[in-house]
Design a protein around this ligand. Sequence first.
Ligand code: IDP
Ligand code: MG
Length: 149
Amino acid sequence: MTERTFAIIKPNAVRSALVGEILSRYETARLRIAGAKLLHASREKVAGFYAEHEGRPFFEGLCSFMSSGPILVLALEGENAIADVRALNGATDPAKAAPGTIRHAYGPSMGSNVVHSSDSTESAAREISYWFSPDELFSYVQKSSVADE
Ligand code: IDP
Ligand code: MG
């Protein structure tokens, strides 16, 4: 089923010049970039995004880290996009992430694990609308080679 999911390239990955590498992995997996914005979120904006984790021991550190610099927020569209982006990103703890995943390749620790992605249909819908307005989202056909147009 064609669906959209939400992803973030976290501040340490932006600072480490990994934006191109990570976007390339998503595009190579036939995911289409439906929305993309570089922004520096406030602590309050991040806290609202991660509201489900409020009260957990890592919450304050997570909010500080995620508001420490620019992030790239993404809406990604494709067949099974939600599960596929979770699989490409890998397990939350980079030490447990499977070889070949983004977190395995680049994640230094659980707290700064390079990328985020939605874990369900419901969270994908909530997260996309939390960061994007409808006029910032686009659908188009992805070609397997560069179109002569
Ligand atoms: P997910 O990003 O794989 O969906 P969640 O459990 O939703 O993982 O946690 C959100 C984020 O909070 C994680 O990506 C990670 O950066 C951070 N986090 C989760 N658990 C821990 C922890 O035990 N220590 C430090 N950071 C954590
Ligand atoms: Mg999560």
